[in-house]
Design a protein around this ligand. Structure first.
Ligand SMILES: Cc1ncc(C[n+]2csc(CCOP(=O)(O)OP(=O)(O)O)c2C)c(N)n1
Ligand SMILES: [Mg+2]
Length: 780
């Protein structure tokens, strides 16, 4: 009876939600109608410590585990920016994007093993799958690694299941198959439900899935007596009893044996169609629509209850009526709270505007604001700005008050809409105290790779939650041997090989980090980051932002790039990275000692980051710091590699050596360069060290290996616009970049495509020649 009540309430929420959109009270609606009963069955086996990674149809499930109230449901529909009213995203996400708050108000992880947890949904279909693999894998690590037994706030012996949900059509995405395969290989407790309503918006299953059935085509994954694999179930979405039975069975094998499970829930419906954008009558036949009405899961549940004598029709009628009333009340309350909150600023502004009764412009602005229907915050801000403009240059008390109002509301709205791009907790990477590297007098001089290996050795020893994985990371300790010998020392669970599947390597990292582990996920070459850039951008980089500080995944992504040989092993698409990964820090150490310092910093922090090592640096010699496991580099602090007075060269990564070579040649030609390694691109030179240099040299060059207008354009914007260095320039700023194609194979391909010391020399020489042609005659 309680289940029926909940199903009815959730359905009412969907029906009312759609109406709210059509009344103009919300912008868009996508609802869970037609999927209620299966979600109630799934919720019955969802226990404390479990995780969900799902999609926008799961409202009934979230209500069933008591992590979504009806009023919170409507608060999200209205985009209420209060964390209390809308805990999933504080109004940042569209309706149907669920999340629990895993962090307390200080950014500290709550005892997740005692809570019901949902990772934060994202809109790209199937992109919930990669992180699901990691959420499930964490249970395996907690169960099988004895060193983790003490972390009972994170896991109770790895008994937690990661529940995934996905629409039938979204299983066509590559990352769905990649995640399924990865979970089968890893044998992790991942229980995926496919909500199959035969459609993906208007496109029917025959265009989506071979043989029209995901469980049929995945049947080769079915485990047998002798082979590990999946347990696969198929069950109709309108059969309450069968659903409950199926989920009980599915839970048992998944939780107890850590076997991945697929539950294919077929014959589901969409009573209101896909979303508020358009109606399904456009593409579903009359017969189909009739079938959907008949096989509506709530209707079927009701018929069954009556047939079985569980309830009288009148009793169920009463429940349905009560659900209507209750849902409407919750909706009205959510709207009142939303209105009160959004209109507070409008009211305070009107109080100011009403003080000015003589200026016709202000009276008109005030009247317009008073008449605006369902005013949003932007209406008040627009009115205030117009009014302030009308009073510009006048000495008026109202104007002063308006300016103060704008300042205050600017700060409030920043907090509402722009905060939490990066961690705001005490563990923010920007707050980690740097510790200088110390060297013994007889410090050993090692290959760069050995410096890193010593750093990773110390990190793995220091914290049992730290783990590393990627292609070839385990047995051989990565292709450049940064982890050499560490699998033997720390075990296969902590230093692990993975399949060739960059997207789910990152997904593993996200899921593991969400569950409190400290993963270092490796992408073998920077060129292959493209396979993972979508999930990094859509899921990891904005996790704190889209939950307004409710969740974090401090994942360290390790990769190597910039310069080696060939079209796919010399990449430096840094502009792409900077443009797509805001929310992550991007660190570009010029050598392995600097890299080690950044790993030590990031392992103490709760921000996610990408660390790009120099591909050609592993065999270069470096001195081993005595405190290799402890020294830490601050983020956003460039290092001046060479002081000079004539021109400032701003660069990073492998280009540091090229630029230094050119700078030495330029010195001989009488040009004194200051070379600055920015070290981190995000954040970028927070103390404006580069500006100080430009004040001295009055000339600036930005050099890297990205395409023209790539990351050099970003650095130029930071220095000229943000740091305001333009005022100190005597020459036009110059960028030195690679050509706009990737480098062909072999040394000549590299030389003629990437910037080389001669080119750096010439560009800077030309800059100096422009100001003093006599002193610097033409070269060639
Ligand atoms: C990567 C991506 N492509 C397209 C869309 C637009 N889109 C949103 S829902 C949807 C259909 C999904 O169908 P299905 O997975 O069957 O889920 P259902 O809505 O039927 O429950 C599409 C194409 C999207 N959100 N993400
Ligand atoms: Mg569908």
């Amino acid at each position: 009876m309680a289940d029926y009540r909940l199903a009815c309430q959730s359905r009412e929420a969907s029906l009312l939600g759609r109406k709210e959109v059509f009344m103009g009270k919300a912008k868009f609606g996508i609802f869970g109608d037609g999927k209620e009963v299966a979600q109630i069955a799934m919720a019955k086996v969802f226990r404390n410590g479990d995780f969900r990674s799902g999609y926008y149809r799961d409202q009934t499930f979230m209500m069933a585990i008591e992590e979504l109230s009806l009023s919170a449901y409507f608060a999200q529909l209205y985009a209420h920016t209060s964390v209390e009213a809308e805990p999933a995203s504080a109004g940042r996400q569209m309706t149907g994007h669920f999340a629990t708050r895993m962090l307390d108000e200080n950014g500290k992880l709550k005892p997740l093993s005692k809570l019901k947890n949902s990772s934060a949904d994202i809109s790209p279909t199937a992109a919930q799958m990669p992180r699901l693999v990691g959420l499930a894998q964490a249970s395996k690590l907690f169960r099988e690694n004895p060193e983790l037994k003490g972390f009972s706030d994170l896991s109770v012996n790895g008994n937690e299941i990661a529940f995934g949900t996905i629409g039938n059509a979204s299983t066509s995405e590559g990352m769905f198959f990649e995640a399924i395969n990865a979970a089968g290989v890893l044998q992790v407790p991942m229980l995926v439900s496919v909500w199959d309503d035969d459609y993906g918006i208007s496109v029917p299953k025959e265009y989506q899935t071979t043989k029209g059935s995901i469980s049929r085509i995945l049947s080769g994954f079915q485990r047998t007596k002798n082979e590990k694999g999946f347990e696969i179930f198929t069950v109709p979405g309108w059969n309450y009893q069968e659903l409950c039975r199926t989920y009980e069975e599915a839970e048992k094998v998944c939780r107890e044996e850590h076997v991945p499970v697929l539950v294919h829930v077929i014959e589901m419906t969409q009573p209101q169609g896909h979303s508020t954008s358009g109606s399904h009558e456009r593409y579903k036949s009359k017969e189909r629509l009739e079938w959907e009405r008949e096989f509506d899961c709530i209707r079927k549940m009701r018929e069954w209850m009556v047939e079985q004598g569980i309830a009288l029709p009148e009793t169920l009628d009463a429940i349905e009526k009560e659900a209507k009333t209750l849902t409407k009340q919750a909706k009205d309350k959510a709207w009142r709270m939303f209105e009160q909150d959004t209109q507070a600023s409008q009211k305070s502004l009107l109080a100011i505007l009403r003080k000015e009764t003589t200026n016709p412009d202000l009276v008109a602005i005030k009247e317009h604001l008073e008449k605006t229907m369902n005013p949003e915050r932007l209406d008040a801000v627009k009115a205030a700005k117009k009014a302030a403009r009308a009073l510009a240059g006048k000495d008026s008390e109202v104007r002063n008050e308006l300016c103060q109002w704008l300042k205050d509301s600017g700060a409030d709205n920043f907090e509402r809409y722009n905060s939490y791009v990066y961690s705001q907790s005490e563990w923010s990477a920007l707050k980690v105290n740097p510790v200088a590297a110390e060297y013994a007098e007889d410090a050993p001089v090692l290959d760069g790779r050995e410096i890193l290996q010593a750093c990773f050795d110390a990190a793995l020893k220091r914290d049992p939650l730290t783990i590393a994985f990627g292609e070839d990371v385990g047995k051989i300790g990565d292709v450049n041997q940064g982890f050499a010998g560490l699998q033997e020392k720390f075990g296969q669970l902590r230093v692990a090989d993975t399949g060739i599947r960059e997207c789910t390597i990152i997904g593993q990292g996200i899921g593991l980090a969400l569950r409190g582990l400290r993963p270092i996920a490796e992408i073998q070459y920077l060129d292959y980051l493209l396979y993972a850039i979508q999930i990094l951008s859509d899921d990891l980089a904005n996790l704190q932002y889209r939950t307004k500080g409710g969740q974090k995944a401090p994942l360290i992504v390790r990769t190597r790039g910039h310069r080696l040989e060939g079209i796919w092993h010399a990449g430096s698409p840094i502009g792409m990275i900077l443009n797509s990964l805001r929310g992550m820090f991007v660190l570009v150490p010029r050598n392995m000692t600097q890299a080690a310092g950044f790993y030590n910093t990031m392992l103490q922090s709760d921000d996610p980051c990408l660390i790009i090592e120099c591909l050609n640096g592993y065999r270069l010699k470096e001195k081993l710091p005595a405190n290799i496991g402890e020294f830490k580099l601050a983020l956003g602090v460039p290092e001046i590699l060479k002081e000079g007075n004539d021109v400032t060269i701003v660069t990073y990564g492998s280009m540091c050596r090229i630029v230094m070579e050119a700078a030495n040649d330029l010195e001989a030609a009488g040009i004194n360069c200051e070379v600055i390694d920015v070290q981190t691109l995000l954040p970028f030179d927070t103390n404006h060290i580069i500006l100080e240099s430009v004040k001295k040299t009055n000339r600036v060059v930005f050099a890297d290996e990205d395409i023209p207008g790539g990351a050099t354009a970003f650095m130029m914007q930071q220095v000229l616009e943000v740091q305001k260095a333009y005022a100190f320039l005597d020459s036009a700023p110059v960028t030195i970049t690679a050509k706009e194609h990737r480098p062909p194979y072999a040394s000549d391909g590299d030389y003629f495509s990437k910037p080389n010391p001669e080119e750096v020399f010439e560009k800077i020489y030309e800059m100096m020649r422009e100001s003093n042609p006599e002193r610097f005659p033409a070269l060639y």
